[in-house]
Ligand binder design. Structure first.
Ligand SMILES: Cc1cc2nc3c(=O)[nH]c(=O)nc-3n(C[C@H](O)[C@H](O)[C@H](O)COP(=O)(O)O)c2cc1C
Length: 210
């Protein structure tokens, strides 16, 4: 049975649109796959290791084939543990709000930790960059206060969905499905709820085939 990792990137708990949609997806998935192993990670509550001096020194030392100091090794072990938790899953569900046209900073921190050469991607002059996290399925529930429909000028401001899909693709993931809830704010709460309920219905249908 596949392991599913559910990553919640909104700290708004029950008020979050992206979480409501992703929760419904996971619930429908669980109904279909009784006994499925599902790990839920709230990245605003998770103890993410800092990705600063020691971790970066370790990253660059590894790149250059140099020996790590004890402090760097300790810091890198925390990075490796997070990568191991992530890559142990075969299926991923993300609940992702738009923040300032992009993704919340805690999700960016999480990705900065995960995206490491030799762990989640490789590079050789012959083959260029290759993602190592392959044969995975991904579902993402995106929520935005405004609306960014394809083909409009607003779409050019969407650095949320294109960024997340680019970075997941860089790590090797190609089977990526999503629903977007928008606008959650711009047209008032009634429209937000209608859009949320439409997205929930779509997500539940998609979960059955996931
Ligand atoms: C810090 C912050 C920045 C935001 N920036 C944007 C933005 O750039 N564009 C937008 O349409 N909505 C923006 N919003 C609104 C959220 O996208 C909206 O409330 C969405 O429903 C959040 O997802 P959630 O309900 O899952 O938390 C922002 C909200 C916050 C808290």
């Amino acid at each position: 049975m596949s392991k599913l990792l559910y990553i919640q990137a909104s700290p708004r708990a029950d008020r979050s649109y992206s979480r409501k949609v992703a929760d419904s997806f996971v619930e429908a998935y669980r109904e279909k796959h009784r006994g499925a192993e599902i790990l839920t990670v709230d990245i605003f509550k998770k103890d993410l290791p800092p990705f600063d001096g020691e971790a970066l020194n370790a990253k660059y030392r590894i790149l250059h084939g140099e020996k790590l100091t004890e402090a760097e090794r300790k810091s890198w072990r925390a990075v490796e543990a997070l990568i191991a938790e992530f890559t142990a899953a075969e299926k991923y569900v993300f609940a992702v709000p738009m923040w300032n046209f992009g993704i919340p900073y805690r999700l960016k921190q999480y990705l900065d930790i995960l995206v490491q050469p030799t762990y989640t991607f490789s590079y050789t002059p012959e083959e260029g960059y290759k993602g190592l996290v392959t044969d995975r399925s991904v579902f993402v529930a995106y929520a935005r206060g405004g609306a960014y429909p394809a083909g409009t000028d607003a779409a050019g401001y969407d650095f949320q969905k294109p960024y997340l899909e680019t970075i997941l693709g860089f790590m090797g993931m190609s089977d990526i499905h999503s629903v977007v809830v928008e606008p959650t704010l711009q047209e008032g709460p009634d429209t937000g709820k209608v859009k949320r309920d439409e997205a929930i219905a779509k997500a539940r249908e998609m979960a059955v085939r996931f």
